[in-house]
Design a protein around this ligand. Structure first.
Ligand code: NA7
Length: 576
């Protein structure tokens, strides 16, 4: 681990070709790729080490909800062959070690300045360069600014009346102390039951004297069935990597599994139950792909939701608690589906109490704990598992100022507007890796990150080759893409939930569907076509500009494979 005393910290206003913000999955790979262009690059990182999400989220139970066989870089054959695959779902320490290993293996650290959060970045039109400032007073300027800040990195910390009076400890899961938190024998309160709360709660319940869970909206969750991976299985996977990676790149969500082409509405009750039981027994979020129409038809969705609600009844012994845990106000999957290890079972423990804030809202803190309209709940430790200001939060908190002094927060006051989720008009030479309007959080992130990084590298190479030093999305292309993102989302059930996909978890945030749901493979084709057309929809001085940009409203759900195509390697992988 770096101690942050990087030699580069002495620099004042240095000039670079590229400044990259963040050194998680995206920032590390972007640095690797811009070096290939011969560019001088500087990375600023708020943490004291690389890792991004996997550096910050150290809470008990933190684990990736994508499988380790495909949640990794594919760009280096040696890396993917040599890195050991130990568990079905990699734990946070494993992911952090992986990214530390990547940083060392490719000698990336020497261009990264740690403990330096970018607090402003301003574009100077005359100089055609970005000036970047950090909270430690460092300054740098660069022709290109690339954000690799993650989608879920700006913590959502709700203001709770009276918090300053509370005598115990408070922690947000994404800023977990590096020395850990000792809750053995203590009274713990957890606020929030999203993916994070659902991973954390069973772990804390094992050693805390008492755990009170404050649930605002009940969550559907699916069993993870995490397990160790057999060496023979790992060898088979590693031997099939070229094919497995390619299937990820072409797939709807960046995983190697073929989507179903069966409709839930055409299945008999017996077939439905059998199919859901099989998917439940396999574990993981693939359950939502059991039928092709679960995310587009209310009736089809209901069959999956009913199945999970019946499981809650089977698992949770107290019928009143089971009732409180059952989601009824949104279609299953429209709030990000967590996968768990014994979440519903945790409510059978004597030391765990569920408080449903939907019935008895939180009033605030007392000196001794938390108070709802129902009463007081003493706690020694309060854990906020209250999520993130997703996708736009990390970008807006950086105070980006574009051409003519336009501030990103003003430009996006009604919601984000981007071209491909990669660029935004008025902010020349800014690239946003996995930005709003790209598949990002609706995909296996490393696949989407690699696609964006490689697209940006090709774009920079194109500019180099034609002697250009500036690129900016046209307003027409941005309008067309933003409309397209909304039209594709409107064809699904996703906009029906008050979710962070919709910006609904942060008070005052505009309600708009933030990621692109057209599918990873379809999106890649669109991006490639734009690159192959010499960057249609972008303005590059000295080159013709094509402003007439249109997108067909594709749906990843319509792209189901034929039955014959489904007996692929992917099926064998999952069955192993
Ligand atoms: P989420 O999924 O946004 O979950 C946050 C939880 O906190 C959720 O249950 C919220 O209830 C709850 N919450 C948020 N604000 C409040 C307030 N003010 N009072 C009470 N409860 C509140 O974040 P996670 O960290 O769990 O997961 C985010 C992603 O990170 C996850 O999908 C993975 O990809 C990694 P709500 O449902 O909004 O009513």
């Amino acid at each position: 681990m770096s101690d942050g005393s990087n030699a580069l910290r002495g620099a004042t206003c240095d000039e670079f070709d590229v400044v990259i913000v963040g050194s998680g999955f995206a920032g590390l790979y972007m640095l690797y790729r811009v070096r290939e262009l011969g560019y001088r690059a500087r990375v600023f990182e708020a943490g004291s080490d690389v890792g991004g999400t996997w550096y910050w989220n150290r809470y008990p139970g933190a684990r990736c909800d994508s499988e380790s066989i495909y949640y990794s870089y594919s760009f280096s054959e040696e890396l993917e062959q040599e890195w050991p695959l130990l568990e079905r779902y990699p734990a946070q320490p494993t992911m952090l070690s992986y990214l530390q290993h990547v940083a060392d293996r490719f000698d990336l650290r020497k261009d990264i300045v740690f403990n330096s959060r970018v607090v402003s970045a301003t574009y100077d039109e005359q100089r055609n360069s970005w000036s970047v400032r950090t909270d430690t007073g460092l300054e740098a300027s660069a022709r290109f600014l690339i954000t690799a800040v993650g989608c879920l990195s700006a913590a959502n910390k709700p203001e709770m009346p009276g918090q300053e009076r509370f005598k115990g400890e408070c922690h947000h899961t994404s800023e977990w102390p590096h020395d850990g938190v000792d809750y053995t024998g203590k009274r713990v309160a957890v606020i929030g039951t999203g993916s994070t709360g659902i991973q954390l709660i069973p772990e804390v319940a094992k050693t805390a004297a008492h755990l009170t869970v404050f649930q605002r909206t009940p969550q559907f969750t699916l069993p993870a069935y995490n397990r160790g991976l057999e060496p023979t299985y790992v060898n088979e996977i590693k031997a099939s990597y070229p094919d497995l990676r390619q299937r990820c790149r072409e797939s709807p969500v960046g995983t190697p599994y073929a989507p179903s082409d069966r409709s839930a509405l055409e299945a008999s009750p017996d077939d439905l139950r059998k199919a859901y039981e099989e998917a439940w027994a396999q574990g993981g979020a693939k359950f939502l792909g059991t039928f092709t129409d679960i995310m587009v038809s209310v009736e089809a969705n209901q069959t999956a939701a009913d199945f999970v609600r019946a499981k809650i009844d089977e698992i949770v012994r107290d019928p009143e608690v089971a009732e409180m845990l059952k989601p009824t106000s949104y279609p299953i999957g429209t709030k990000r589906i967590p996968i768990d290890s014994g979440y519903y079972e945790t409510f059978n423990r004597e030391n765990v109490k569920l408080v449903h804030l939907g019935r008895t809202p939180l009033v605030g803190f007392t000196e001794e704990g938390l108070r709802t309209t129902e009463g007081e709940f003493p706690a020694d430790i309060v854990i906020f598992a209250t999520g993130f200001d997703a996708l736009t939060g990390p970008l807006l908190r950086m105070n980006l100022v574009g051409r003519d002094g336009i501030e990103l927060k003003d430009k996006w006051a009604e919601g984000p507007r981007t071209y491909l989720g990669l660029a935004t008009t008025g902010f020349p030479n800014l690239f946003t890796i996995t930005g709003p309007g790209s598949p990002s959080v609706l995909s296996n992130m490393p696949v989407s990150i690699e696609q964006h990084v490689e697209w940006i590298q090709s774009c920079l190479r194109f500019l180099q080759d034609c002697g250009a030093d500036k690129i900016e999305a046209t307003p027409e292309a941005e309008d067309a893409w933003t409309d397209h993102v909304n039209q594709v989302a409107a064809k699904t059930l996703y906009p029906r939930a008050a979710s962070w996909y919709m910006g609904a978890n942060v008070p005052g945030k505009p309600r708009t569907f933030l990621p692109y749901i057209g599918g990873v493979g379809n999106y890649r084709k669109i991006c490639d076509e734009i690159a192959n057309s010499e960057y249609r929809g972008f303005r590059i001085p000295g080159r013709p500009t094509v402003t007439d940009v249109r997108f067909e409203t594709v749906s990843r759900y319509a792209a189901a494979p034929k039955e014959s195509e489904k007996n692929s390697e992917a099926e064998k992988v999952e069955a192993t």
